[in-house]
Design a protein around this ligand. Structure first.
Ligand code: NDP
Length: 297
């Protein structure tokens, strides 16, 4: 007899492509169970041509909430009845909540990154932050960094136009610190207290690479206090491994993942998860992730 679900079970899910390796179903079902919610969360792989049909169909089925992942965080914005201000500013949505008028879109990546900094004791105020990347993750990270009054933000990106666009976005938040765009070859001529990798270099086909390859030596990293990676597969990227060898404190993207998920849960269920409970959930999910999946989920 399987009696976990019944006629009152609320259904949630995640849409993306690919989706098979997503950790979100384990994360969300664990959180829902710990918080005694009668809810189920499933992965849905959706092709590019079917995004609109998938969102409309999910709404018609009464799917209470969805996470949206690569490559649809921008596309889905066309099919929502409203988008909260932070998500609008970032220009990407990763959480949909069912309402009477349609789905409302939110971005919890920024909350996840902020909470990851808090829990790891990273203070951004008055610090020099160097950000590698100018894509979706970098947008959320840079706005959080600006909101927390970094003294200086240095954006490094392969494609300069994208970095300049991100700089404009940060300035549009009213950020009054210094902000500049540089190329990788200029990294060594700049100083940073906090260095963040928000590129995809270090995972997938780029697993054996670091965005810093060939651009910095130990002298540069010796002066950096924290190196943060948004990647969590592998658990320790080449970027973090080298940073650790140079004496930097390191944080991977797992906490950002967990806390963006917890923030989505809080939006869907309109309830707050206490910090102590959130931390316990984080610890047990990390244990599972490392021990059961070997960090390779
Ligand atoms: P995007 O495709 O939007 O951006 C990718 C970024 O990586 C761009 O800045 C791109 O530069 C850069 N990049 C890609 N390849 C190279 C390369 N060979 N050399 C230098 N730069 C490169 O992706 P996202 O921002 O959505 O995702 C980035 C990473 O963040 C992914 O690994 C993703 O898994 C992770 N992520 C983690 C989250 C978490 O919760 N921990 C949440 C969201 C994302 P260019 O502009 O020049 O192409």
């Amino acid at each position: 007899m399987v009696d976990i679900y019944n006629g009152h079970t609320d259904v949630y899910g995640i849409i993306g492509n690919p989706i098979e390796h997503s950790f979100s179903p384990i994360l969300q079902n664990t959180v829902a169970s710990a918080m005694s919610e009668n809810a189920s969360y499933l992965p849905f792989r959706v092709d590019n041509d079917n995004v609109e049909a998938a969102i409309k169909g999910a709404y018609a089925l009464g799917i209470r909430g969805l996470n949206i992942t690569v490559p649809y965080k921008k596309t889905v914005m066309n099919y929502l009845c409203d988008i909260d201000d932070t998500a609008k500013m970032i220009g990407a949505v990763n959480t949909l909540k069912w309402t009477e008028n349609g789905y409302v879109g939110y971005n919890t990546d920024i909350l996840g990154f902020g909470k990851s900094c808090d829990i790891n004791g990273i203070r951004i105020k008055d610090k020099k932050v160097m950000l590698l990347g100018a894509g979706g993750a970098a947008n959320a990270v840079s706005i959080l960094t600006a909101n927390r009054d970094a003294e200086k933000i240095i954006i490094v990106n392969r494609t300069k136009e994208k970095a300049e666009k991100l700089k404009k976005l940060v300035l549009s938040t009213g950020y009054s610190g210094e902000i500049k765009v540089i190329g990788y070859s200029d990294i060594k001529n700049n100083a940073a207290d906090i260095l963040i990798n928000a590129t995809s270099v270090g995972m997938g086909k780029d697993r054996d690479n670091s965005p810093l390859d060939g651009y910095v030596d130990t002298d540069f990293l010796n002066n950096v206090s924290y190196c943060i990676d948004v990647i969590y597969i592998p658990w320790e990227t080449k970027f973090l491994r080298y940073a650790k060898e140079c004496g930097c404190k390191t944080v991977n993207g797992f906490d950002m993942l967990i806390f963006q998920g917890i923030a989505s849960f809080e939006i869907w269920h309109e309830r707050h998860i206490e910090n102590s409970t959130a931390k316990e959930l984080r610890d047990s999910l990390a244990k599972y992730f490392i021990e059961v999946s070997g960090g390779q989920c």
